[in-house]
Design a protein around this ligand. Structure first.
Ligand code: ACO
Length: 339
């Protein structure tokens, strides 16, 4: 079994959050006019009621940049203060340059080094942990960590098994190294866990469109450039891995489930989230859910939810907040914070 990589306490804090979702709303009823489905089926199987779809010409980097601007404003800093930008995405604007480089240009964050991370729905927490290592080592001080996706560009709109699940959006956080004497910094990262099992790559993937299967008229006809998923298997692994990762992050932080004020899980399916809440024995009022509005936006779900939870007062200064994700790869990750 693959072992999780872990990292002891360090002086990294999340000092600002921001999010952006496109204006266009696609409801379950709208989808029932495209494929054979119903609001009732989608709601009972997933909890999703609607999702946002990017406008024509609105790219992942546009959504990422807007979420980033809002996070910078919330942190009270400017783009010039940022020395690291990481964008977690599986829907980059193009193969290269990285979406992070395009974001650097859009923000004019000229002091930052920028790159992307591909870890599907776990991407944001992978990026957060990567930034933590950069900051911990003294290499960088102020990072902009973004989860951004235009999943509508990867959806097969004739496949009811997948097209009802996903949406577009972006979320961002500013992570800073805390200075000596900053005794009680906000958003302090207590522990983090990452894991993956590459033997299960086939269960959730976009098989075509990259170097293993370059775009041809034939594979486009077969929709091989869209999301393919074994839903039931994905569901089972998601519950198991997210529970394990949660328990590991709690134990590394010296906490128990009863100490958690709010869990912000990856927003894929309400039944996955309920199963995790029940196994961890955390009441549902301490689980943050917004998937009814946005569906699964992959790497964006956690930073969007974190931003909403913070702005709405669902999480308050001093709360113990657990972030936990699972996605294609399979990958999983968790982070324990004191907000
Ligand atoms: N509308 C109506 N019927 C549908 C739809 C739909 N949108 N989609 C599937 N069905 C049908 C199927 O065809 C099947 O019909 P059949 O019995 O005649 O063959 C029936 O509903 C049941 O299908 P299942 O796939 O068994 O349904 P299940 O209860 O497993 O729910 C779902 C499917 C929602 C995809 C679930 O398996 C799931 O959420 N899995 C997790 C996947 C996920 O969230 N992936 C995202 C990426 S990974 C991550 O983010 C965690």
């Amino acid at each position: 079994m693959p072992q999780p990589s872990t990292q002891p306490f360090c002086t990294c804090s999340i000092v600002g959050t921001g999010s952006y979702v496109p204006e266009r709303v696609l409801t379950n009823d709208d989808l029932s006019k495209i494929v054979e489905t119903s609001d009732e089926w989608i709601t009972t199987r997933t909890g999703i009621k609607e999702r946002r779809i990017a406008a024509e010409g609105e790219n992942t980097s546009d959504m990422a940049s807007e979420a980033a601007r809002r996070a910078l404003a919330s942190a009270g800093i400017t783009a010039a203060d940022v020395d690291l930008i990481i964008v977690a995405t599986v829907t980059p604007d193009m193969f290269f340059p990285s979406t992070a480089c395009i974001v650097q240009k859009k923000l004019e964050a000229w002091n930052a080094v920028a790159f992307d991370i591909s870890a599907a729905c776990s991407g944001f927490l992978y990026a957060l942990q990567t930034a933590r290592h950069f900051i911990n080592s003294g290499n960088r001080k102020t990072a902009l960590i973004i989860g951004a996706e235009k999943l509508s560009s990867l959806i097969n709109w004739t496949d009811r098994n997948t097209c009802v699940l996903f949406g577009d959006g972006a979320g961002a956080v500013v992570v800073r190294r805390m200075e000596e004497g900053d005794a009680n910094p906000p958003g302090r990262i207590l522990s983090a866990v990452m894991g993956c099992d590459g033997s299960l790559t086939d269960l959730l993937k976009v098989p075509g469109g990259a170097s293993a299967m370059p775009v041809t008229p034939e594979n486009i006809d077969q929709r091989l450039n869209t999301i393919h998923m074994e839903g039931r298997e994905t569901f089972k692994h998601a519950v198991t891995r997210m529970c394990q990762a949660s328990e590991q992050a709690l134990s590394m932080a010296g906490l128990e489930a009863k100490d958690v004020n709010m869990v912000i899980p990856h927003q894929a399916n309400l039944r996955i989230i309920s199963a995790i809440a029940s196994r961890l024995d955390i009441p549902e009022e301490r689980i943050f859910v917004n998937l009814q509005k946005y569906g699964n936006t992959s790497a964006a779900t956690i930073p969007v939810a974190l931003d909403e939870a913070s702005r709405s007062g669902a999480i308050k200064r001093g709360d113990n907040v657990l972030l936990v994700a699972f996605g294609g790869g399979f990958t999983w990750a968790s982070t324990m914070l004191t907000w």
